[in-house]
Ligand binder design. Structure first.
Ligand code: 0CJ
Ligand code: F3S
Length: 312
């Protein structure tokens, strides 16, 4: 009998914000069957989700100005800047906002800080959709908002008034790396105010805790998620830091024999935007390689649910 086995991390896969965003698009499609439904940016960073919705008729675009006036548009789970919201109003677009409520909470905080004239440091990855949206909630006529991701950025940072300074973070960062970044910010700016690690959402924290435990038991960790998914990339990194080999794959077709050859225990998890059927497909594929036993390794259960936006 083979001693090879698969361990699946719990929780993995869809979070409440992703389920809400996808359901928002599906409900909008149902409600307006004869209209084109536009989605600004990938609704979530998963190629399969986006392809499935495209098949159902959704038109994805990265440019709001390309959407005809008066059309229906859904904003992605990652949120948008205040300028995009304003442009949508000017073009009379009918907006269904699928921004995750946890991202929205960070947006509200940034708006409040900017209205109080406070400078804000955002910890996050340059160019990521969520970061673009959150930075763009700050009124540029207030003190200033600055993006940092590492030691080098902090070293080079000049703020105008360290006595009125706060920080916020992207919701999908590595918990351990962010803790170190916050410690460094606090040592450079002793008066800085912030949420600690609380802007990192529950789903990111739970999936990272689970993959950490998984990586202690598995030789290799396979993370199902798309390349541009921040939280999925962080899961791969956390597993690797814990000493396992780790790969991010979009689906089972990207599994290469050399990723698993010679290893007894394969750990599996999925990013917050990875549909469950992709994990099931991967398990089926691993069975073909002789991994018959399946276990689950759970660190927590999740009950979070978010209401759909608007009149849906
Ligand atoms: O930013 C978010 C609200 C997380 C959305 C869920 O995951 P995903 O993969 O679409 O986005 P990230 O690249 O932010 O992880
Ligand atoms: Fe929201 Fe976190 Fe998911 S910010 S969309 S609950 S990964």
């Amino acid at each position: 009998m083979s001693d090879r086995k698969i361990i699946i991390a719990v929780p993995h896969g869809f979070c409440a914000g992703v389920s809400r965003a996808i359901e928002t698009v599906e409900k909008v499609l149902e409600k307006f069957p004869s209209e084109t439904v536009y989605v600004l940016h990938e609704v979530v960073h998963n190629q399969h989700v986006v392809d499935d919705l495209r098949q159902k008729g959704v038109v994805f675009t990265d440019c709001l100005a390309d959407i005809p006036e008066n059309s229906i548009v859904v904003f992605s789970a990652h949120g948008v800047s205040a300028d995009v919201e304003e442009l949508a109003r000017m073009r009379n677009l009918r907006v269904y906002d699928a921004t995750c409520p946890i991202v929205d909470r960070v947006h509200r905080k940034v708006r409040r800080l900017s209205s109080q004239g406070e400078e804000v440091i955002m910890i996050g990855h340059a160019g990521h959709q969520e970061v673009v949206g959150t930075l763009g909630q700050y009124n540029s006529e207030a003190g200033g908002i600055y993006l940092v991701v590492n030691h080098h950025d902090i070293e080079n940072l000049k703020v105008k008034n360290p006595a009125k300074l706060s920080f916020v973070t992207q919701t999908t960062l590595s918990v351990d790396e962010t803790a170190a970044t916050i410690r460094e910010l606090q040592s450079c700016f002793p008066g800085i105010q912030g949420p600690g690690l609380n802007d990192i959402c529950y789903a990111t924290q739970n999936r990272q805790r689970a993959v950490k435990e998984l990586a202690k038991k598995a030789d290799v960790v396979l993370v199902v998620g798309s390349r541009n998914s921040s939280n999925s990339n962080r899961l791969r990194e956390v597993a690797e830091h814990e000493g396992a080999k780790a790969f991010l794959i979009n689906d089972y077709t990207e599994l290469l024999p050399e990723m698993i050859t010679g290893y007894r225990v394969i750990g599996i998890t999925g990013g917050a935007s990875a549909p469950e059927y992709l994990l099931k497909d991967l398990v089926r594929e691993l069975r073909n390689f002789g991994y018959e036993d399946i276990e689950e390794l759970g660190v927590s259960t999740e009950k979070q649910k978010f209401r759909l936006p608007g009149d849906l």
